[in-house]
Design a binder for this molecule. Sequence first.
Ligand code: CR1
Length: 755
Amino acid sequence: MNTLKLRDYTGKALSECTILELYNAALALTQDACRNRGYNSGKKKVYYISAEFLIGKLLSNNLINLGIYDDVKAELAEAGKDITELEEFEYEPSLGNGGLGRLAACFIDSLATLGLPADGVGLAYHCGLFKQSFEDRKQHMRPDYWRKWGMANWMKRTDKHYKVQCGDLELLSTMYEIDVTGYGSKCGRLRLFDLDTVNEGLIGSGIGFDKKEIEKNLTLFLYPDDSDEDGKLLRVYQEYFMVSNAAQLILDECVERGSNLHDLADYAAIQINDTHPSLVIPELVRLLTEKGIEEKEAYQIVTDVCAYTNHTILAEALETWPKHFFKAVVPHLMPIIKRMNDAVKAKYEEPSVQIIDEYGNVHMAHMDIHYSHSVNGVARLHTDILKETELNNFYKLYPEKFNNKTNGITFRRWVIECNPELTELITEKIGEGWKTDARQLEQLIPYAEDETFLQCILNRKNTKKHKFSAWIEQYQGDKVDPESVYDVQIKRLHEYKRQQLNLLWAIDRYLHIKDGYRPRRPVTVFFGAKAAPAYVIAKDIIHAILAFSSIVNNDPEVSPYLKVVMLRNYNVSMAEKLIPASDISEQISLASKEASGTGNMKFMLNGAVTLGTMDGANVEIAELVGEDNIFTFGQSSEEVIEHYKNADYVAKNWYKKDKRLAAAVDFLVSEEMLEAGDRKLLKQLYDELLGKDWFMTFPDFESYCKTKDKALAAYEDRMGWAKKMAVNIAKAGYFSSDRTIDQYNNDIWHLEKDC
Ligand code: CR1
């Protein structure tokens, strides 16, 4: 029974409160409710260390998980206030970037829900990534000052401080905590470290700042521009600061719980989320030996405690740091890393598995693999590629370490919170059980034949489409026809994700309409993406989309049939609005390159049908829903890997033999485009595609167009489409992060549940 009332936190009638007062009251109430629940505890705890936690807004999610959302909503309504006003008022935390960070957020939700003792550990960035706007049809970046209004209050300052030594520089950290509520369970915590001396005043124009002043800039931004030497050094400082704090916290807590350090693995499991936290390994060795443990034994302890998750095979993301960086930032770790490398060398001569290569570069992933007991990929195909190709030499050494953990998403945020309309419909049919046991969604399968149910699904989708259309008009002025097909690609901007392929399709359709073709139903193509500050081609793709959208949307001959909308500052909150309204889920990465994807799972759960390549978790989605309920196209991952191996792909040959493709590509530098956009940027993109097209857009163009046409035609059979929606929803249960976390726990961490 909930006895907490908002009224007790305001000191006056709710009807007389400002929105900020109501918000702060709701926040205080949530924090009390959380404290009343208590925190999951136990002898062994998992520490999920991650550079990102893309947690999204907190209020509604916490109220739902604490089971008091309806009470608070009703109390507000009685006072003539609408809870959605509070939801809109809330500002989204900026502590993450993309899938890796959102996965970490879903995981801490599931950890709390499943009753597993766990902390997320990371950094308390002041401005996170950046806030995106569009000026002159280009991406502009401003600092995202999210720690304002009530938001900073979610993050409680603690009196925990640790010394972190970086060469001559001594830093003193402060730990902050954010409560993580579980669904109907006790809570967990996110522990974020900051430096009191960091100074937001250092930020100059845009997101520029003096990269040398570490004490003032350390936690200003997530992934500060590392295209120069100072930027790279700053990243190493950040990474070391994060893990040194983590390591000290972990040892302190484990000793408190009774560990004598020799038995650390009985008290702690550390999950290294990609390579950003990899320095935790030598740092732990350093601290353990400082406390009197022999270095050899320390290696074993660390190996037993640590587990590593790989999230990508893209070379650029597999961190390697020249030795001199480490000598500058962590001179005291370098001899340890060197001895760890010597120990590897003594056992294995193969050059490709060394931690320090012949040029003196330190390979973070290699250190992780040698000194962890588990190495996992994030979808079956991805793990297979790691084993058979990318990390094959390591797999041969340690087959027992490799395992797969297909990603998942929390259903609390990704349907219960963001799609109450669909949630209600599902619950009406199969009861509440699916909310804690997602596989029960399969009970919906028989309803895929029930026309009344199918009509209900269509109606609810329609409601969401209308809502989104109203919202987007108010947010950025775009008028979207709710009767159009919502065709959506929202994710970080990267050439391998191939937003450019989708753009080429849109151009092709535009050219057809100009030629007199009149589609039966309009399509709205939505893009939402941020490009990394130093990623030139990604920014060029955004520019091309914006320039093209201005042409299409302002052409009265075309716009009744085709619209292109580039969403400004795409973030979690926007995804929560758009995914429930989406019809087609664009998952069109070059096969083998998208480790998993998690957006694909969110769309499926909300009844959007996937148009995708056989990549990442799409493969598992296809297997679950069957070929009638997904649209797949393009080269297979084997073919792609073979082309890379033989280096035999020549973009120009495809351009020469496919007229439709050539026309779309040429349009990028047509008069219309050059009038709407910047010649240099458009030409740069055009040249990149024709001269390189590293992610093989051209060979997949024809099958993409054909398959998209097929999907659009299928959409016209409304009952047939609704059936696909129903099957997708019913089969989405597998992708609950509760399942994923259960597997991590059973196979890797072995924690006892506190419930
Ligand atoms: C992958 O690109 C995956 C997430 C979470 C991303 C994406 O396919 O779903 O991780 N990788 O596992 C990443 O951000 C730095 O690497």
